[in-house]
Design a protein. Sequence first.
Length: 159
Amino acid sequence: MSRTTVGFLLSALIWLVVGGLIGYAMAADQSLIYVLRDVHAHVLLVGFVSLMIFGVAYHILPRFSGRPLFSDGLAAAHLWMADIGLIGMSVGMGPLSDTGWRYWTLAIFGGVQFLGFLFFAFNLLRTLLPMPAPGPSPAMAQAMARTQARRGGGEPEPK
């Protein structure tokens, strides 16, 4: 497995533990439910479930298609964006939920997460979908057509 794939899987497992600890804290102290409920859900769904899916997809889908991953660098950037965005979103939903910073924190870090999602989609689409071979430019196509016409419709040029 690539380092990035391992990074996604390890990160997913870390977020699973974090989500479990948040759930345990809410069960132990009912007053935390209001503050941590959204953080708990986001950490488990985006942190654990999504990162696990991303890691498995980056490992399996290129093999299914028979093509290498389009960009390892884009996948690595996605991993960083996912984790940074998740940390920021968690802070915005939890400790900053009753402050004026909530909106900006969620907007900025939500944007970081969304950009990571776009990187994932672009990277896998470029990996899975066959890209058409670049054809000749229109000027080159005209020149080739004139050359073939001079040769008599595509016959090989005499030596």
